[in-house]
Write a protein that binds this ligand. Structure first.
Ligand code: SF4
Ligand code: SF4
Length: 342
């Protein structure tokens, strides 16, 4: 488990006096916001409930910020799923965003999605694609179509070598197989109403390239090489936490990467960081400002600490808890679970 404490130890062991929160020699993220009159950072609204259904995954990707894998035991139980449903029903939240691990591996996944779909909200599943090629999950693409689920999937490149290097051997081929299957059902096709979006994140210690230009390249290459189509490409910046932090420390690139993030701070995207319209729910029901704070176990600054006592008004008035990792959301074109912020 990658807690904030663990992250601090890793950095200290590597000789850094910098921490993920604010006791640091770097320019503090909160000071940057203060200079813009944005501190303390407040939510604008709560539009999205992002729910982590568990850390179990069939893959062990090099840059996974969840530290997910086949041996993880943390799974959201039915009682907590029911509490999430209750919140979805009784609040003004418009989007339910399901993530993991591989969310499909939660034993109550099908039941949960079918219940959610009756609420008239947008339901997103962050699918790793490869899971859809395993026998037990072959029905899922049709299930997604039946319930009009929006599918968002990682595809860090259109070449096999780059994808397999970051996500494991054989991942590229299985991902293409799953994309073809989704396309056959109408996903990613204009006018079908079935949305299929891909996610790019850099393979190394760099910022993502310009989102729209990269989307054009992806569309051309995937169509020409594999006859695969999709709707939009989201570029996401790797945050310096969990497995990506291990990678940076191993490569001796932590300092260089932090400098890059800090020097690329973009005030125009700071206004729109995703914690201003999203609440993240951990597998055990705990609430967080975002998925990254969840992974670092940085608790939310509200008396609503758990989905069981979700109080929309109170959560809308909270101060968002910030740390140095937040620079990952505000560098260059910005980054969120929906891609660039400009
Ligand atoms: S597929 Fe996603 S959740 Fe699973 S290990 Fe890879 S990045 Fe992590
Ligand atoms: S890391 Fe989380 S809390 Fe920090 S700016 Fe990004 S979304 Fe907000």
């Amino acid at each position: 488990m990658e807690t904030l404490q663990k992250q601090k130890s890793k950095l200290n062991n590597a000789g850094f006096q910098v921490h993920t929160l604010e006791n640091t020699t770097e320019v503090k993220f909160s000071e940057k916001l203060e200079n813009m009159g944005l501190f303390p950072l407040k939510p604008k609204n709560i539009e999205t409930l992002q729910i982590n259904l568990g850390k179990l995954c069939n893959q062990i990707c090099e840059h996974c910020h969840v530290d997910a894998g086949p041996d993880r035991k943390e799974i959201m139980i039915k009682k907590v799923l029911q509490q999430c449903l209750g919140v979805a029903k009784t609040t003004t939240i418009t989007t339910i965003d399901l993530t993991g691990g591989a969310p499909e591996m939660n034993p109550n996944f099908r039941w949960f999605v079918s219940e959610l779909s009756q609420l008239g909200k947008k339901v997103i599943v962050r699918s790793n694609l490869t899971i859809l090629t395993y026998k037990k999950f072959l029905d899922i693409p049709q299930f997604y179509k039946d319930y009009k689920v929006t599918v968002i999937s990682s595809m860090p490149c259109y070449t096999k070598d780059n994808v397999d290097k970051q996500r494991g051997n054989g991942v590229f081929e299985r991902s293409i197989e799953a994309l073809k299957k989704l396309n056959e059902l109408g996903y990613g096709k204009e006018g079908s109403g079935l949305e299929l979006n891909l996610v790019f994140n850099p393979g190394g210690a760099s910022l993502p390239p310009e989102q729209m230009a990269l989307e054009v390249d992806y569309k051309r290459e995937l169509k020409d090489l594999f006859n695969v189509e999709f709707n939009s490409l989201y570029t996401i910046t790797n945050l310096p936490i969990s497995r990506f932090l291990d990678f940076l420390l191993k490569e001796g690139k932590y300092e260089e990467y932090m400098d890059k993030l800090i020097n690329s701070f973009n005030p125009s995207v700071a206004e729109n960081v995703m914690c201003r319209n999203t609440i993240s729910v951990g597998w055990d029901g705990k609430l967080f400002d975002c998925d990254f704070n969840q992974m670092l176990e940085i608790g939310i600054a509200s008396s609503s600490q758990n989905i069981a006592n979700f109080n929309e008004e109170e959560l809308k008035n909270r101060n968002i808890v910030l740390g140095q990792h937040c620079y990952g959301c505000t560098a260059g074109a910005g980054s969120s679970c929906q891609g660039a912020l400009v």
